[in-house]
Design a protein around this ligand. Structure first.
Ligand code: DAH
Length: 347
């Protein structure tokens, strides 16, 4: 074969390959085609055998034609593969994305935890009565959590609290929000009128007790504050949260930091006082502890107990939440954070 003929045949082969590529639809087919053209048994390899017969002076030109044809085929196949990949991606996207479908309402938007809802609502009630919001640390010392609140070192009242210690004899997880009373009186000028919401911790774990729970502390210290003020504020609070019709009672109690002390019960919202499981068949449910701030506590933080008096209270937020959302069987549901439970409180 003449060298001219070989050169034009090579060009034809490359053109044929380019044409055949236009009819192929996937990558394996393209690769097979490329192999059939360029492989050891392919047309080009067959032609290459004739190279020996070509006169030496023409060999350079013919050799270049071989290289040119191989390059054309290689490039054409690579381009075809790239184009098919782009097409496949587009097809894939189209199979997933139908821009004509109506949108879906987002479901992943967060909302407040039920305990936060109840906590903010309670705080709002007191803020509307002129209370300010104060906070304190969850890791406390014996001084703020016990000693300054008139718990003597070996007083059995400390046993009421089942303390979790962080570092024995040094730091502990606060067992109540009452230490914020002390911190506030040491920091703020009188008169003081605050509520302090927050988490507290005790070594307790059953259907009605969780090792972590939420309280709201209240403290009002001024001149001329009496038990009548305490009653008025707490009655107003109960009526706003549970409705005007709910009956409540102040029951004498004991706390080291208040004297006298009283617990507030409301008539059972489930049985209306007849007695049921919720109220342990007493007809009443305890919702908070309260009392007149003990003069020892006031004097301990440098407040003149002859001139100033005050009242304090502690509300169990979990308890209020369980009563408000009737049918919650265990306080632990509030802390397990099962999304199916939590989503019932979206608002
Ligand atoms: N700190 C008490 C507790 O956790 C609750 C309490 C009772 C707080 C009476 C008070 C109070 O401020 O006056 O059990």
């Amino acid at each position: 074969m003449e060298s001219k003929h070989i050169i034009s045949t090579l060009s034809d082969i490359a053109s044929r390959c380019e044409f055949e590529l236009t009819r192929l639809s996937d990558e394996p087919q393209i690769r097979a085609l490329q192999a059939s053209f360029l492989g050891a048994k392919g047309e080009i390899a067959q032609l290459q055998k004739l190279l020996r017969e070509i006169p030496a002076e023409a060999r350079k030109e013919v050799g270049a034609a071989f290289n040119g044809a191989k390059q054309r085929i290689t490039e054409a196949c690579a381009k075809a593969i790239e184009a098919k990949r782009g097409l496949e991606e587009e097809r894939y996207l189209h199979s997933r994305l139908d821009p004509t479908l109506p949108g879906r309402a987002p479901t992943g938007v967060g909302h407040l935890h039920p305990l936060s809802i109840v906590m903010y609502d309670i705080v709002d009630v007191f803020v509307s009565m002129g209370f300010d919001v104060a906070t304190g640390p969850e890791i406390e010392t014996d001084y703020y959590n016990f000693a300054a609140l008139n718990f003597p070192a070996d007083h059995p009242a400390r046993d009421m609290q089942d303390t979790l210690f962080v570092k024995e004899g040094e730091t502990l997880l606060r067992t109540h929000t009452s230490p914020v009373q002390i911190r506030t009186m040491l920091r703020r000028p009188l008169p003081i009128q605050i509520v302090a919401p927050g988490a507290v911790y005790r070594r307790d774990d059953d259907a009605t007790h969780s090792p972590m729970f939420v309280q709201i502390e209240g403290l009002l210290v001024d001149q001329g504050i009496s038990f009548a003020d305490l009653k008025g504020v707490l009655e107003t609070f109960i009526h706003i949260v549970f409705g005007r019709d709910v009956k409540l009672r102040f029951r004498p109690s004991f706390f080291p930091f208040t004297e006298p002390s009283a617990e507030v019960d409301i008539q059972c919202i489930s049985c209306k006082g007849d007695g049921c499981r919720l109220c342990s068949h007493t007809g009443w449910i305890e919702v908070l502890g309260s009392g007149m701030v003990d003069p020892n506590v006031l004097e301990g933080v440098g407040v003149d107990a002859e001139r100033y008096t005050g009242f304090a209270f502690g509300v169990g937020v979990d308890r209020i939440a369980m009563l408000r959302y009737e049918g919650i069987s265990s306080i632990r549901l509030f802390y397990e954070n099962d999304p199916r439970f939590l989503s019932c409180f979206r608002r």
